[in-house]
Write a protein that binds this ligand. Sequence first.
Ligand code: HPA
Length: 248
Amino acid sequence: MLGVIGGSGLSGLANLEGVRREIVRTPYGEPSCALTFGTIRGREVVFLARHGYGHTIPPHQVNYRANLWALRSQQVNDVVAIASVGAIRDDLMPGALVVPHQILDYTHGRESTFATGADRGVLHIDFTDPYCQKLRRRILEAAAEAGHHAADGATYAATQGPRLETAAEIDRLERDGADVVGMTGMPEAALARELELCYAALAVVVNAAAGRGASTGGIRMEEINAISKLAMAYVRSILERLVEIDGD
Ligand code: HPA
């Protein structure tokens, strides 16, 4: 079954039918919210709002382990993570869609493994390619079929947040090779790999990163919210097509 983790701007799927909500408990505590089960064109989908339905959980306080464990426990094997990002690369304009292929992790102090020693042993997952290639391809195909261009490949920098970056931090991320920046991509992707889930992200550019382009004089949340509202409509139609492709 397909699981969708919705980020800022996507706290539900309007096109879900026969909706039922279920609170799932895990050995790692509570997920961000109850899971929402429903169907899109007859295919079952599970939705989870990463920041809670009321958008109350900041990126550094999301229980990523509980979220992924909960999805896995419901027979989810593919997870599409929706992520809002700032663009570092100057050809990515607000509203652009990106399917990243690499990650740089600048987060700290987050529970980032299920293998916490002792009884669970030590786990060194292969993370050379952090995203599931098959699912990346399906997302790109779904985007094309839904009539939306999504850029194939980008290096996603995961920052700690909740504050946005300084202009100098963005310069450093660029020197490191980052194309886009967000706050939730890690440890989510690594935890998904530990659980052997096929995980990929569909990122939505909602602003130019700090000090870049239209953000030279600062980043305004009202603009982010406006772009986000617009772009999430594209995301919904892509997800709809993705579910159809999965069923074909
Ligand atoms: N930085 C970090 N996270 C983000 C941004 C940003 O500019 N935009 C959306 N999420």
